[in-house]
Design a protein around this ligand. Structure first.
Ligand SMILES: NC(=O)c1ccc[n+]([C@@H]2O[C@H](COP(=O)([O-])OP(=O)(O)OC[C@H]3O[C@@H](n4cnc5c(N)ncnc54)[C@H](OP(=O)(O)O)[C@@H]3O)[C@@H](O)[C@H]2O)c1
Length: 301
């Protein structure tokens, strides 16, 4: 029987509706509209799309988004000055710097400059430390979204073997930390794999829950997956595909695919997230949740 679909898009819409209600209540109680500052440097086309999605998601939930579009040649100093201004601005509750930043910009220095209370991506070392100690201020958006998806589908993580492919600071490492936490959506046994892992397929085949965050199109194939496993595809890859159009002519079109070979893996897995419509919409949704939580935290002071 083919795998059941974990509908990230549908779940994201459900969570956004909840956030919208929470925002409405918060505004009523405090007269403050939660606001997210989004900083985009340069012309990266994928980043432009991501930033537009974040803007419209803010609008959808009654939050304010404040856009800062800076030219490719922006200096570290200029960007740090903007971050300082946003840090000090009490009407801004979350600051997001869209990655990747152009070459020449010191990414770590910029991200570290965001005050931890407004670091809605949870990249600041203080926030990463709090997560690793199990007392998070913010949860990193992509792992947070994946955890919520499993919780809300009533898929148990306690005692399960989770295998994560990828050890990045954005996906793999924080995902591992969330699954390790005590309590709902955690209590799992976690293995993190990467490009130096030997016998990768032997390890992934032991996974009750397999998370792929690699950045390589259709990397995970059916022979790497245990029958019945939950497969979460974080990858977003654009590939070129040849099709035959209605006039019978061959055409090259671009297509969005994940790190999992969906067509073959769905025949083996028990549950699977699609791409698009899986993890992506949840990531943006948890950014909204973090912004609301940031506004709550800053207003309570
Ligand atoms: N859906 C979303 O919301 C969302 C959010 C963030 C990222 N993404 C997508 O998720 C993917 C991963 O993103 P990222 O930022 O984590 O990427 P990244 O920083 O490039 O990390 C990729 C990881 O995959 C590992 N890897 C590469 N080749 C491998 C191989 N042959 N075998 C095993 N491991 C291998 C790398 O290992 P090494 O460390 O050894 O190099 C690295 O740890 C990308 O497609 C990205 O676009 C999606």
């Amino acid at each position: 029987m083919p795998a059941q679909i974990l509908d990230g898009k549908g779940m994201a819409n459900k969570i956004r509706a909840e956030i919208k209600d929470e925002v409405e209540l918060f505004v009523k109680e405090t007269n403050i509209q939660p606001a997210l500052a989004v900083v985009l440097v340069g012309e990266n086309p994928a980043s432009q799309v991501y930033v537009r999605n974040k803007e419209s998601a803010c609008a959808q939930t009654g939050m304010k988004s404040i856009m800062f579009r800076l030219p490719e040649e922006t200096t570290n100093e200029k960007l740090l000055t903007l971050i300082d201004t946003l840090n000090a601005d009490t009407s801004v509750h979350g600051i997001l710097v869209q990655l990747p930043l152009p070459e020449g910009i010191d990414e770590k220095k910029i991200l570290d400059a965001i005050v931890p209370e407004k670091d809605v991506d949870a990249f600041h070392p203080e926030n990463v430390g709090l997560i690793s100690q199990g007392r998070p201020r913010f949860l990193p958006c992509t792992p947070y979204g994946i955890q919520q998806l499993l919780i809300r589908y009533n898929l148990e993580t306690k005692g399960k073997h989770v295998v994560i492919i990828g050890r990045s600071d954005i996906v793999g490492k924080p995902m591992g930390m969330l699954f390790l936490q005590k309590g709902l959506g955690g209590d799992a046994t976690v293995t993190i794999c990467h490009s130096r892992t030997t016998n990768l397929a032997e390890i992934t085949k032991q996974a009750d829950i397999l998370v792929a965050g690699i950045g390589k199109a259709k990397f995970v194939t059916a022979d790497m997956v245990k029958p019945g496993a939950i497969v979460v595809d974080v990858g977003i890859n654009r590939i070129e595909k040849e099709i035959v159009d209605e006039k019978g002519e061959k055409k090259i079109v671009s297509q969005l695919v994940g790190d999992v070979d969906f067509e073959s893996v769905k025949e083996v897995a028990g549950w699977i997230t699609p791409v698009p419509g899986g993890v992506g919409p949840l990531t943006v949704t948890m950014l909204l949740q973090n912004t609301l939580n940031g506004a709550r935290g800053q207003t309570a002071k």
